[in-house]
Write a protein that binds this ligand. Structure first.
Ligand code: AMP
Length: 339
């Protein structure tokens, strides 16, 4: 079966990296797939898609996936995460495949460092040194799933099961905002088309991805009646721990309303700011989104990172909030057309 030209061209571009990563997969009998902490659709979809593809095509290999579970997606969309013992890790050499994350400290399970070889597929800029010996990194890709599905689809003599295709499709839909964000390209659609050929039931899948509870409506109502808009068009809301308790939501759930501010005239950047009372890493977690402005430098400055139009950051306490909002407001002050 011939693949669309977008996939053939992509494969040519990463020809060398694909070849060495395929050789590494063939070589190792023990493989672990890693992704980022606080996972989203793309992190989990890419991880589970690749895991399933490897299990399907290399049934004799010992393949695993690790990381923290997602409060809402597990088990609705993805199985429980595996717990790998130190004993397994110390049993011999293995290959770590890191997906959808570049920064060392964001890889969900620091024990990836024990792997004999580390390879990576990602679309995030990263700080410092690359964790991997071989990387396929494409910042413009709509999703890590788009890259890894391409890698799998174009691997001759290997096959993509419906289950693997569905996981990758979840990742692409999640990170491209249902094919809406500017990162969506003809390649994104070409990969999605090949995945759909495996027989995905779209209405059923979208229901599983976007189902909401009545309590979710209450938190949306709260956000809509408690947001602030800065002078030049930054909309934001805060959810302290007490409010989250009253609304029966976690910090992860708290950020899910951030996109109610997308597509509003006069708002160019929007953020959720949720208190994470976890004593190990007490902070206020910020999700930042924008229409046009590149918000990633501000995210980096405030202890985070991410993409031009979707990034994450942190502040230690609300005293830092005005300075953080000002950094974003200054972008819109300079570029009123971004509103
Ligand atoms: P979120 O707002 O958590 O959904 O994150 C939006 C995007 O920014 C995702 O691609 C995340 O992987 C990335 N991101 C979030 N927080 C951080 C961080 N602290 N460091 C680097 N990237 C981040």
């Amino acid at each position: 079966m011939s693949l669309p030209s977008e996939i053939r061209d992509f494969g040519r571009k990463f020809h060398k990296e694909y070849r060495v990563i395929r050789q590494a997969i063939e070589k190792y009998d023990r493989i672990v797939v890693y992704r980022h902490i606080k996972p989203d659709f793309d992190a989990m979809g890419t991880q589970m898609g690749l895991y399933t593809f490897l299990k399907d095509n290399f049934p004799g290999k010992d393949v695993h996936y690790v990381g923290d579970n997602h409060v809402a997606f597990t088990p609705r969309l993805f199985p429980e995460t595996e717990r790998l013992t130190d004993e397994w890790l110390n049993q011999g050499p293995y290959l770590a495949i890191v997906v959808d994350v570049g920064d060392r400290e964001r890889i969900a399970d620091p024990r990836f460092e024990k792997a004999e070889t580390i390879v990576k597929f990602d679309h995030h800029p990263f700080k410092g040194e690359d964790v991997a010996r071989h990387s396929v990194l494409l910042l413009e890709a709509a999703a890590a799933s788009e890259i890894v599905a391409d890698f799998c689809l174009s691997w001759k003599e290997k096959w993509m099961s419906q289950e693997a295709a569905e996981y990758f499709y979840i990742g692409i839909v999640g990170d491209s905002g249902r094919f809406m964000y500017s990162s969506t390209s003809t390649h994104t659609f070409a990969v999605a088309m090949e995945l759909l050929k495996e027989g995905i039931d779209l209405p059923k899948l979208y229901r599983r991805m976007y189902v909401k509870e009545i309590d979710d409506l209450r938190s949306t109502a709260y956000v809509l009646s408690h947001f602030t808009v800065s002078e030049h068009g930054v909309a934001y809301y805060t959810l302290d721990a007490k409010t989250q308790e009253e609304l029966k939501i976690t910090p992860e759930r708290g950020k899910e309303n951030v996109n109610v501010f997308s597509n509003i005239t006069g708002i160019g950047i929007w953020c959720s700011i949720t208190e994470d009372p976890n004593p190990k890493d007490y902070c206020w977690r910020i999700s930042i989104r924008s229409k046009v402005a590149d918000i990633s430098p501000v995210a980096f400055k405030w202890g985070g990172g991410g993409h031009a139009n979707a990034s994450g950051a942190k502040i230690k306490d609300l005293g830092e909030l005005p300075a953080f909002v000002k950094d974003l407001d200054d972008i819109l002050k300079e570029h009123p057309e971004y509103r």
